[in-house]
Design a protein around this ligand. Structure first.
Ligand SMILES: Nc1nc2c(ncn2[C@@H]2O[C@H](COP(=O)(O)OP(=O)(O)OP(=O)(O)O)[C@@H](O)[C@H]2O)c(=O)[nH]1
Length: 412
């Protein structure tokens, strides 16, 4: 799950690594010359005031309302941005909509149900690995089959070789002769191998944590933000969302819809500069003392260099609004992508200095071994923590990553 922490302590703990990450990202940036980056305190004031003004006209929702009233829905207002505003952004989001935030009272499903989904999804990988252990002798042929199966599951050469070397040693040392025991031994080794990717997501008790979310098109960014908003809010954190995908109206509407569903505020503009939306959202979040502001961004390929530059700019502008933000930069990757995930992580990490991953769509993948490749630092990738995994499309289908559970589900 995630844990709250006192900002001061976290600052001390994380300051060095955050500075290094930001410095790393900034090293690659051009000097800031656009007017977008010249933000005045006046703009900040206007932003906060504008939000307060809209908030007063939003429908009042009583705290801990059960069930959440669905009709009539609070109207979502999206700012009309004039052409020239785009050139001189960030402009304050004057008509950003505000939706009150009672806790969603949807009951969480039992843990077994999402584990089942994970198992079912990964069984596409697992059935090919798990079935190898049925009715066979423990001999060289088994290790060769295992090697092939791990490579086919996109575990990568480094992880495959390392895991099998350790497995051979263990089998020899412990004189294991039963194939089912070899499977258990491999599970334990895989769990240990994935352990460095397991990390709790931390939210401050005081102050506002800004989380920037990036990824290629269709990876599941917006859906994951919606699910995270639900998780955070259910745990008592106040949430604000920024619809930073200003290119696709549908993407913005999708986030607004998630906002309505979770009853959280969404800052959105109709077109314009995504950095401006992010800037306004950070200021609004601070003004409202939100625990977390999540900034969605448009999907892009790492090869679209101008769009990668735009991401860097969004991060810089967020940092103008709060010199310690973004506190987290998450990359959302589609678990079906296989080895290409490595390429994505490397490119987005180089551009942004990632702090964590969200791996989606593990409910239907044959590429479940990819995380082993990430943990092994395959192709020079940094083993970035996996905070969450997505195992379906509903609100509860985003779960914290557990190395042991993942290894269990993968090997059946
Ligand atoms: N099965 C499954 N589907 C998912 C999961 N996460 C997201 N999806 C689906 O993936 C599709 C794309 O999700 P989005 O959240 O729109 O992806 P995005 O990255 O925001 O997309 P762009 O804005 O186009 O870049 C949607 O149909 C989601 O319902 C998951 O964990 N499992």
């Amino acid at each position: 799950m995630f844990r709250f922490f006192k900002r001061k302590k976290a600052k001390e703990e994380n300051q060095a690594s955050q500075e290094a990450e930001v410095a790393q990202a900034h090293e690659q940036e051009e000097p800031v010359t656009t007017s977008t980056d010249t933000v005045t305190a006046e703009t900040v004031e206007e932003s906060a005031v504008a939000i307060e003004r809209v908030e007063t006209v939003a429908p009042t929702v009583e705290s801990s309302v059960t069930p959440v009233p669905l009709e009539p829905q609070p109207e979502v207002l999206v700012t009309e941005v004039e052409a020239e505003a785009e050139a001189s952004s960030p402009a304050p989001v004057a008509d950003a909509e505000m939706v009150p935030s009672p806790v969603v009272t949807e009951a969480a499903p039992a843990k077994s149900s999402w584990m089942q989904r994970l198992r079912q999804g990964l069984s596409r990988t697992g059935s090919s690995i798990g079935s190898l252990f049925v009715g066979v002798k423990v001999d060289e042929a088994l290790f060769e089959e295992l090697e092939m199966a791990l490579l086919m599951a996109d575990a990568g050469i480094e992880a495959t070789e390392s895991l099998l070397a350790k497995l051979r040693t263990k089998v020899k040392q412990q004189r294991i002769e039963d194939a089912a025991e070899v499977k258990e031994a491999l599970k334990a080794l895989l769990s240990e191998h994935l352990k460095p990717l397991e990390k709790d997501f931390m939210l401050p008790l005081d102050g506002t944590s800004v989380v920037m979310i990036a990824g290629v098109n269709g990876a599941g960014k917006t859906t994951s933000i919606g699910k995270l908003a639900h998780h955070f809010q259910a745990a008592g954190a106040s949430v604000l969302l920024a619809a930073g995908d200003t290119f696709r109206a549908a993407a913005r509407e999708q986030l607004v819809e998630w906002g309505k569903r979770n009853q959280v505020a969404v800052i959105a503009q109709d077109g314009g500069d995504p950095a401006a939306v992010a800037f306004d959202a950070v200021n609004a979040g601070k003004a409202r003392k939100a625990n977390v502001v999540m900034v969605d961004t448009a999907g892009r390929l790492p090869t679209q260099l101008h769009l990668m530059e735009e991401l860097k700019k969004i991060k810089r502008v967020i940092n103008k609004a709060d010199s310690e933000a973004p506190h987290e930069v998450l990359l959302v990757v589609d678990g079906n992508t296989g080895q290409n995930v490595i390429t994505q992580i490397k490119a987005f990490d180089a551009a942004l200095g990632l702090t964590g991953l969200v791996v989606t769509k593990l409910d239907g993948t044959a590429k479940g071994g990819t995380l082993a490749a990430v943990a092994a630092g395959s192709q020079g990738v940094r083993p970035i923590p996996v905070y969450w995994i997505g195992v379906g499309e509903s609100l509860h289908d985003l779960q914290p990553f557990s190395a042991a559970e993942f290894a269990n589900a993968l090997l059946g």
